[in-house]
Write a new protein. Structure first.
Length: 54
């Protein structure tokens, strides 16, 4: 399983608390990890100028 967790870096800047790290929370094969990362990357992709594709 993968989980986003807040980055716990000691700092005085409030904006720095908005960073998250993607962590692996259970053992898995490298191929499984690669598939999960591709799935996440696909959902995080920003589509710009979609009207040209339509």
């Amino acid at each position: 399983m993968l989980r986003f967790v807040p980055h716990q870096q000691p700092t005085n800047n409030a904006e720095d608390h908005q960073h998250y790290l993607l962590t692996v929370t259970e053992r898995m094969l490298a191929t499984q990890l690669a598939q999960k990362l591709l799935w996440i990357a696909d959902r995080m992709t920003v589509i710009r100028n979609a009207e040209r594709a339509l």
